[in-house]
Design a protein around this ligand. Structure first.
Ligand code: ADP
Ligand code: MG
Length: 619
């Protein structure tokens, strides 16, 4: 017994002791880490009033023996580290030996604990850092720490506390991270009497993730499972609709601990670049196993920032693991019932066909080979494609000889062709197009497969790519309207538009004040039809209102995306030529096989799968 020893003075100096308990979440973190260090498999955390009134952390860990109980509350007493070298290879979570002492110093703590060797447990009461009572009690093996009235004796600190709701939010975020970091632990989290979540602790990161994000989001996540450069990388990455406005949901668990690292953020974001819109961030929970010696865990109060000895190696391994996951796994992970077909958004079909935007892009290449079709480009909306937006590309025939990028991987599709696929095959032959089902899904035959292609998704991907390219080249001319569109706005909105004149012009939009409450729109971005201009202006105003003082670049990107959104219309009845053009462009441009929101462009069913469905062949 007696495993708890004081740290040496020297070591104390090496450890930059910071404030351990600055808010309830910080205290809970320390307490749960103690539970995990004690080998617990189930941990319950309960709070009231954001944890300021009441925190309870109960575990089924090893408990504390009578001989150690007083020492546990001493500052710099720990059972977890004694030699300096240990600092370089810290496997346990807490090691400064001051959490319990610090928490007890600023609150009223009751600890109930029992080890397996003892028949009865102990109940220790500590008020403001002094043990006031120790008595025997009946309790299960493990430890329960109840913290009442945090900061009751530190009025200054108490005054700094945020509202209970904000403290509860911080605890929620912490619990999420803890839960995800240890799928092998069953976590129960109760706030204000309500069970927020309860994970099974079955060791599956997928179940842990589902506990946090729900099964719907889970379905759209890609599985990462890879290794390289001394790392094992497992977990999930969410793109497209799972993407967030900031990187707070990019979570990394290094050897079981939540860690922050710019290198890891960059690796994931760069790998996802084409799959999330600019300004959005992927969601991920990546579990990285790496030799302790290859990691510098900063001995910092929060123990969060991590550095790697071989940063390039780590970057490459994670980048490649995520890339692989995005390229290959969507086809494998999705269920066979083709949810995308069922989950089609209900977009009302407009009475008349609207513009087919990618036309502007394809006219040139088409006109070379098929002048008749090019001439037949419908101009049903007042829309004039500007010549400077047409991009002359090498003839498709030439391109086909070049090796296609790995993303168009046919083998994956063949093996699992009966499943939903987001992988575009490398199509060398022309497609046989049958038309568009529900004015939404283009049906086509290619080799032994029936392809169903989401026309809006393809539209959107092509537009998005083009916009981004022009955006990068700084090439944004507007189309002038014959008659300016007048939009009524409030004074504040008018000012907003005036203040952002430069950003608007950079995307091809000229807006002028016109009387007291009106603005006149003289030019609109090239990809917009006039019909959409009014709605677009409303969205632009909203976009500008929401974007709290972003940089010019950010503003421009956001406006471009708004324009892109407007240009894509669902349920349009496209002509056969238009459908074919859309597909030709998609193939020619070797597009990323998802729309900018991450939905797949193509779903495929093989001939064989149809044979099976019709019972023409046995499985
Ligand atoms: P540290 O965790 O850095 O060692 P603490 O002040 O957090 O310092 O805890 C002091 C000691 O009390 C720990 O080293 C451990 O031996 C014991 N202890 C604290 N909490 C628990 C728990 N939940 N179960 C078992 N032992 C615990
Ligand atoms: Mg501790």
């Amino acid at each position: 017994m007696g495993r708890i020893r004081p740290l040496s003075e020297n070591l104390i100096g090496k450890i930059a002791a910071g404030e351990v308990v600055e808010r309830p979440a910080a205290a809970i973190k320390e307490l749960v880490e103690n539970s995990l260090d004690a080998g617990a498999t189930a941990v319950t955390v309960e709070i009231r009033e954001g944890g300021m009134d009441y925190i309870r952390v109960a575990d089924n860990g090893c408990g504390i023996d009578e001989s150690d109980i007083r020492m546990a509350f001493e500052r710099h007493a720990t059972s977890k580290i004694s030699r300096e070298q240990d600092l370089n290879a810290i496997a346990t979570l807490g090691f400064r030996g001051e959490a319990l002492a610090s928490i007890a110093a600023v609150s009223k703590v009751t600890m109930t604990t029992r080890t397996a060797e003892r028949e009865t447990g102990l109940k220790v009461t500590n008020e403001g850092g002094k043990i006031t009572d120790i008595r025997e009690t009946a309790c299960p093996v493990g430890t329960t720490v109840v913290v009442n009235d945090l900061f009751y004796n530190v009025p200054v600190r108490k005054g700094f506390m945020k509202k209970a709701g904000q403290e509860a939010a911080a605890v929620h975020e912490l619990m999420t991270q803890l839960l995800l970091s240890r799928p092998d632990i069953s976590f129960r989290y109760i706030s204000g009497g309500k069970t927020e979540f309860h994970s099974p602790g079955d060791g599956q990161s997928a179940t842990a993730l589902q506990t946090v994000y729900g099964s719907r989001a889970m379905k759209a996540m890609k599985t990462v499972d890879d290794h390289g450069n001394g790392l094992v990388i497992r977990g999930f990455v969410g793109i497209g609709e799972n993407a967030r406005g900031n990187r707070s949901q990019e979570l990394f668990f290094i050897n079981g601990r939540v860690m922050h690292s710019k290198i890891l953020n960059e690796a994931v974001e760069n790998a996802c670049r084409e799959r999330v819109m600019i300004g959005k961030f992927p969601v991920c929970a990546l579990y990285i196993t790496i030799a302790y010696e290859a990691v510098d865990v900063n001995v910092h109060p929060n123990k969060l920032e991590v550095r790697f000895r071989d940063e390039t190696g780590v970057y490459e391994a994670v980048h490649s693991a995520v890339l692989t996951a995005l390229k290959e796994r969507d086809a494998l992970e999705h269920p066979t019932e083709m949810p995308l077909v069922k989950e089609k958004e209900a977009e009302p079909a407009p009475a008349a066909p609207r513009i087919v935007v990618p036309k502007t892009d394809t006219v040139v290449s088409v006109s070379k080979t098929l002048p008749a079709e090019a001439a037949a480009v419908p101009q049903s909306a007042p829309f004039r494609p500007a010549p400077e937006f047409r991009e002359v590309r090498p003839a498709p025939a030439k391109q086909e000889e070049q090796p296609a990028p790995a993303v168009h991987s046919v083998p994956v599709m063949r093996e699992k062709a009966e499943q939903v696929s987001t992988i575009l095959p490398e199509m060398k032959k022309p497609l046989k197009v049958f038309g568009a089902l529900f004015n939404t899904f283009i049906l086509a035959e290619y080799e032994d497969q029936l392809l169903m292609i989401d026309q809006h998704a393809v539209h959107e991907r092509l537009l998005f790519d083009r916009l981004m390219k022009e955006h990068i080249n700084g090439d944004q001319a507007g189309q002038e309207l014959l008659v300016p569109i007048v939009v009524s706005v409030t004074n504040a909105e008018q000012r907003l538009l005036e203040d952002n004149r430069e950003a608007l012009e950079s995307i091809g939009m000229t807006v002028e004040s016109f009387g007291e409450r009106d603005v006149a729109v003289r030019t609109i971005p090239m990809i917009l039809g006039e019909a959409q201009a009014k709605d677009f202006i409303r969205d632009v105003i909203e976009e500008l209102q929401n974007g709290r003082d972003p940089t010019f670049e950010k503003k421009r990107t956001a406006l471009l995306q708004t324009a892109c959104k407007h240009a894509v219309k669902g349920g349009d009845a496209l002509t056969e030529d238009e459908l074919r053009d859309l597909l030709d462009t998609m193939i020619e441009k070797k597009v990323t096989p998802t729309c900018p929101h991450g939905r797949p462009l193509v779903v495929a069913i093989t001939h064989r799968e149809l044979d099976k469905k019709f019972r023409r062949i046995q499985k």
